[in-house]
Design a protein around this ligand. Structure first.
Ligand code: NAD
Length: 485
């Protein structure tokens, strides 16, 4: 059994870990199914305490009133604190999340980078002076939004926590973060780092638990805003629950992202990139490019190149440095992915490779990288987010067909276009209705830049994380008018 670093496993409220919780979640290693920890869930009373602590820290505490430079120094200390325990964090992400250790190390470095970025962001994010009239001076202030709830999914636990906490803290907000019940360990270790960096009590509170805790946070009128990352269905429920108290809502939801490959593209490069983009994190990424739209004349060449690249992947134990593809997060999720594959086969999609558990990995939630061809747009596999190592190839003829097919989705998160005709590539990039799109390049989840906004159109979400854009959500704008007469 893989051992994990020692980490506190109770809620973190008002600057300290609680003695116990209200029931517990069993945390498993998805590569073996072994139990690795039990994490205490926050009960309703503890959530109320956490909200009161965050409220006190915001309404009466130093944090929102501290010079932004000093808050920045604390965020920088958190970045250093993450790096000082980088290997422990990476081990937790690998063992709890089933992530290959090399990728887990990159994610930990990425989380530290997010805190470093926001350490220096708030002294560059300020209001405007607006020339409304000769006798009135009008200017705006950016003030912290207040107490914010933050709900994260299981697929990038530490990174998601950093994406939410760092900009909120930089802006002067106080936070209540609920990690996924499947992967709370690295977020609890982050609380250990935060407490050692001079963050005043109540500024960050971690309330582990499931849907019920998330629902309490979304409904509570003492919370000013909620930032949620997860599935579209739950995002809609969060938005509904938040409506009662007119909270600000930011949503990062699902995706069914298209990768459009034209006949004139560098096919080898596009196929190589598609492996990272569709199968990175075992396809458990909102940005996974699982719909491969390929111009008809190059479908055979592209498929052959893709399968050749897939055979280079090494499925196996996350702690083995040679592993490039780990297991799915849970046995339940394995069954969901398997069901999608069966439905696709019954619907007439042609299985090119994969579609089952690897023979040499009978334990754990491993699933072979899977490619379907001849996938038509009426099949569920074309429309539904599978969140596993499964992609589909669909042929297109003309540029306008590719655009129409890419846009035939309820989602609008990410995508890519491959063509040596830059005019064509940019026309498509402009017409595809997604929050992000890559041209002739990788950007996969692991190459997301903290400098650039991240988020989706339509049912992929509301608002943007990362970059200076994230600060818009975590601040209110106050208009001040001075009578000069
Ligand atoms: P999920 O929606 O099941 O759960 C997400 C979080 O919401 C968890 O912490 C869960 O406990 C909590 N939750 C569940 N029910 C709730 C409720 N009624 N009220 C409040 N909170 C509730 O998603 P998941 O399975 O953890 O993650 C996978 C999903 O997340 C995929 O759809 C994926 O596309 C999406 N995702 C999106 C992004 C993005 O940035 N767009 C990033 C990562 C994951």
């Amino acid at each position: 059994m893989a051992s994990i670093p020692a980490v506190r496993t109770t809620p973190f409220i008002d600057g300290g870990f609680t003695a116990a919780g209200d029931g517990s979640e069993t945390i498993r290693d998805p590569a073996t199914g072994d139990i690795i920890a039990h994490v205490a869930s926050a009960g309703g009373g503890q959530v109320a305490e956490a909200i009161a602590a965050a409220r006190r820290a915001f309404d009466h505490g130093d944090w929102p009133r501290m010079p932004v430079f000093e808050r920045g120094q604390i965020l920088r200390a958190i970045a250093d604190g993450i790096l000082a325990r980088a290997e422990e964090f990476a081990l937790l992400e690998a063992v709890n999340g089933g992530k290959p250790i090399t990728g887990a190390r990159r994610e930990v470095a990425g989380a530290a980078r997010v805190f470093s970025y926001y350490a220096g962001a708030m002294d560059k994010f300020f209001g405007d002076t607006i020339p409304v009239s000769d006798t009135l001076l009008n200017f705006t202030l950016r003030e912290p939004l207040g107490v914010v709830a933050q709900i994260t999914p299981w697929n990038f636990p530490l990174l998601a926590a950093a994406w939410k906490l760092a900009p909120a803290m930089a802006a002067g907000c106080t936070c209540l973060l609920k990690p996924s019940p499947l992967t709370p360990l690295s977020t609890l270790m982050l609380a250990e780092v935060i407490v050692g960096c001079g963050v005043p009590r109540g500024v960050v509170n971690i309330v582990p638990g499931g849907a019920g805790i998330g629902q309490l946070l979304a409904e509570d009128p003492a919370i000013d805003g909620i930032s949620f990352t997860g599935s579209t269905a739950v995002g809609i429920a969060v938005m509904r629950a938040a409506a009662g108290s007119v909270k600000s809502v930011a949503l990062e939801l699902g995706g069914k992202n298209a990768c459009i490959v034209f006949a004139d593209a560098d096919i080898e490069k596009a196929a190589k990139s598609a492996v990272g983009a569709a199968f990175g994190n075992a396809g458990q990424s909102c940005s996974a490019r699982s719909r491969l739209l390929v111009q008809r004349s190059v479908v055979p060449a592209f498929t052959e190149a893709l399968v050749a690249e897939l055979h280079k992947l090494k499925l196996g134990a996350p702690l083995d440095a040679a592993t490039t593809l780990g297991p799915l997060i849970s046995a339940d999720h394995w069954s969901r992915v398997d069901q999608h594959v069966r439905t696709a086969q019954q619907g007439g999609a042609r299985l090119v490779t994969g579609g089952r558990r690897p023979e040499d990995l009978s334990q754990g939630n491993f699933f072979l990288p899977t490619v379907f061809a001849d996938v038509t747009s009426d099949l569920p596999i074309y429309r539904d987010e599978i969140f596993g190592p499964v992609c589909s190839i669909t042929a297109f003829d003309r540029e306008c067909d590719a655009i129409g097919m890419a846009n035939a989705s309820d989602y609008g998160l990410n995508g890519s276009v491959w063509s040596r005709d830059i005019g064509q590539a940019l026309r498509v990039a402009k017409e595809v209705r997604t929050g992000m799109i890559a041209v002739n390049g990788l950007p996969s989840a692991s190459s997301t830049s903290v400098f650039a906004p991240f988020g989706g159109y339509r049912r992929s979400g509301l608002g943007r994380e990362l970059g200076m854009n994230a600060l818009s959500f975590y601040t209110e704008t106050k208009t001040v008018t001075v009578d000069l007469s």
